[in-house]
Design a binder for this molecule. Structure first.
Ligand code: SF4
Ligand code: SF4
Length: 191
């Protein structure tokens, strides 16, 4: 006889949140190490990708904190080399993307990643307001956020004359849909 009771156990571990938000199952990883061996940036990371998965698997809050404060999540370029090699098809780039958002949300961003975060925010803002990448706005916004106003400034006239930078942002037709996505995500972030 069924009791009729439904158990909606919420997995509040970081691995649980990754799974819930991205469908990436850290527990599938069996530590073969192929992802770390193939990752072109693992030498620059504080923890190689396979170790991030091992740390997630433990469910230990100390390791979860270390992951969110790591430089690894910001160094990952989403090149997808790891997923091509992974026998278990663990989508590490998607997982890294979620971990970056969570690291910002919990205010645990690694200090070494400050400029990468500035770029990440400028990039998202550009998409949010224009629906596409508005390069000139992105460059100026990034420079203002990162206080690197005059670095690369000499490159700009050449880029403008070759039509690589556009001064007037072009909005796409579906901009409302894009705004809705951002509003939805920010509401979920506040939950
Ligand atoms: S996607 Fe990230 S973790 Fe995977 S191989 Fe590329 S840089 Fe490394
Ligand atoms: S390649 Fe896949 S299974 Fe192997 S360690 Fe990396 S994530 Fe785990």
């Amino acid at each position: 006889m069924s009791s009729g009771a439904h158990h909606h156990e919420v997995d509040n571990s970081l691995a649980g949140k990754v799974r819930h938000n991205t469908q990436v199952h850290a527990q599938r990883c069996y530590q073969c190490g192929k992802c770390s061996a193939g990752c072109p940036l693992s030498a620059d990371m504080d923890y190689p990708p396979s170790l991030v998965l091992r740390m997630l698997q433990t469910g230990d809050p100390v390791f979860e904190d270390k992951i969110l404060r790591s430089y690894t999540i910001w160094v990952c370029l989403s090149c997808e080399m790891c997923i091509q090699r992974c026998p278990m098809e663990v989508d590490i780039p998607v997982m890294m993307d979620y971990l970056r958002q969570e690291s910002i949300r919990q205010k645990k961003v690694n200090p070494k990643a400050k400029n990468i975060v500035s770029f990440h925010k400028s990039f998202l803002d550009s998409i949010k307001y224009t629906g596409r990448l508005f390069e000139f706005g992105l460059v100026v916004d990034y420079k203002m956020r990162s206080w690197k106003m005059f670095q690369d400034i000499t490159l700009m006239p050449g880029m403008i004359s070759r039509g690589k930078l556009h001064f007037i942002p072009e909005r796409i037709k579906g901009i409302k849909n894009i705004s809705n996505i951002f509003t939805k995500v920010s509401k979920e972030d506040k939950k």
